[in-house]
Design a binder for this molecule. Structure first.
Ligand code: DC
Length: 235
């Protein structure tokens, strides 16, 4: 079967990862959460006492970074220096740090290299900020998920409290999201932006199921059109 790459981009809290995970399960292909990779870089910087905006030190840090993505127990796991840091990278401090390190060109180039290598060998759903515009400009399907900032903050807040992170208020979560929106979309290199050929879905008042159904139906109907086109060409 031909390889299929699906790009899902959008700001924090738009529902990308939940939706991307479900789509990948339904299509039985890989799901790559690229944000987790930037989060791992932030974790390494913070652990080593490096300022998450220090371009020179970050360039050295990623040069020979030992960062691996593996799949087991139905989940993506991120390994940093052979340690599984999958859960450690989900804190508010790391969210801000990841947004900062992701603005550094050398960090992005290194992460994009790893992401493209994974896409070279697998059909996958990849979520991030620059997948449709920069990482996989030829992706077969491109979606851009958005939602109001209040709704995105509410979702992130519920997600964090459900994980037992209770030292942050809804207002603080909203402020963090606004900081990241601005940082991610104004950086000079490969910023958060919608690809010209991406389909925009505003998820503000949609359930996860509704978003998943919409994406799957777009993919299926396009596949059908493609089948018809092929059979006309080849019969
Ligand atoms: O998707 P996330 O919240 O886990 O991403 C964390 C940060 O990483 C986000 O604020 C911006 C950055 N990021 C990026 O610049 N490009 C990507 N493809 C994915 C994430």
């Amino acid at each position: 079967m031909a390889k299929m790459c699906i790009a899902i981009d959008g700001p924090a809290g738009a529902g990308k990862s939940t939706v991307a995970k479900r789509i990948a399960e339904m299509l039985d292909i890989l799901y790559l959460d690229t944000g987790a990779m930037y989060r791992a870089v932030a974790l390494k910087a913070i652990t080593e006492g490096i300022d998450t905006k220090d371009e020179e030190k970050l360039s050295n840090l990623v040069e020979d970074i030992d960062l691996r993505v593996e799949y087991f127990q139905n989940k993506q796991h991120v390994f940093l220096d052979n340690e599984d840091v999958t859960d450690k990278i989900r804190t508010p401090e790391i969210s801000i740090g990841a947004s900062d390190v992701s603005a550094v060109k050398s960090v992005r180039l290194k992460m994009v290299e790893l992401q493209r290598k994974i896409a070279e060998n697998n059909s996958l759903v990849m979520d991030g900020r620059d997948i449709g515009t920069y990482v996989l400009p030829d992706a077969r399907f491109k979606f851009f998920l958005t939602a109001s900032v209040d709704e995105r903050a509410r979702r992130r807040y519920l997600e964090q409290t459900s994980k037992g992170i209770s030292n942050i208020s809804l207002e603080e979560v909203k402020k963090d999201i606004e900081y990241r929106d601005k940082n991610d979309s104004t950086r000079a290199f490969a910023p958060l932006s919608k690809a010209d050929d991406a389909i925009v879905i505003d998820t503000t008042s949609m359930t996860v199921e509704e978003v998943v159904d919409k994406i799957i139906s777009i993919i299926k109907s396009s596949e059908k059109t493609q089948d018809v086109r092929n059979s006309q060409v080849f019969s």
